[in-house]
Write a protein that binds this ligand. Structure first.
Ligand SMILES: CC(C)(COP(=O)(O)OP(=O)(O)OC[C@H]1O[C@@H](n2cnc3c(N)ncnc32)[C@H](O)[C@@H]1OP(=O)(O)O)[C@@H](O)C(=O)NCCC(=O)NCCS
Length: 157
């Protein structure tokens, strides 16, 4: 297992991880209608590729393939955090979370925030985040319950 930066050419593999994480893992906490709205399988490849090039996530490689990815924006916001349904509870999310913490320290970021799914909430709690507010953003006409979570980072420690 190794963590590295996104590179051009990773886009299709990241799409597979995104779809698997939502359709195979998060589907236990959301309805079929919510899953379809959150992760449509017919997203245009060029639209997806543009999104990934904008996010520039960290990716975890396992046996030469990509098993998970997560980003850290300069504001401290984590936009995407997904592990493939083929690798659940094997520490891949934790590896990404540690990388994000290392990067935040390097950049002098004082707090991490994310809009977190019901599925990922226990994972974020485990990593020291707290719920700031519960919400229900509307995506493609469907409400998706989530929680804004934050974690303050002690700098200089
Ligand atoms: C949440 C997610 C990123 C976790 O990735 P992962 O690689 O399975 O996480 P790890 O193996 O590092 O888990 C570390 C710890 O987090 C907690 N955890 C992880 N998944 C959990 C779950 N489904 N339920 C309860 N606790 C969980 C556990 O404490 C776990 O330790 P343990 O396995 O020793 O008990 C992954 O399940 C995922 O992509 N989920 C679906 C998509 C999603 O909702 N993404 C987030 C959008 S904000």
């Amino acid at each position: 297992m190794k963590v590295r930066r996104f590179k051009v050419g990773d886009e299709a593999a990241l799409f597979k991880v995104f779809i698997s994480a939502i359709h195979d893992i998060a589907s236990r906490d959301y309805t079929l209608e919510q899953i379809a709205a959150w992760a449509p399988t017919d997203t245009a490849p060029e639209v997806w590729a543009g999104r990934m090039r904008g996010l520039r996530p960290f990716v975890v490689e396992v046996d030469g393939g990509i098993a998970g990815y997560a980003d850290l924006q300069p504001s401290g916001y984590i936009d995407h955090f997904f592990v493939s349904g083929a690798y659940p509870r094997q520490g891949i999310g934790t590896l990404l979370m540690h990388r994000i913490h290392d990067e935040a320290k390097l950049l002098g970021i004082g707090e991490l925030t994310a809009d977190v799914s019901k599925t990922a909430e226990p994972f974020f709690l485990r990593h020291g985040f707290e719920v700031v507010a519960r919400g229900g953003p509307i995506l493609r006409g469907v409400v998706l319950e989530n929680a804004l979570m934050r974690k303050g980072l002690l700098q200089g420690a």
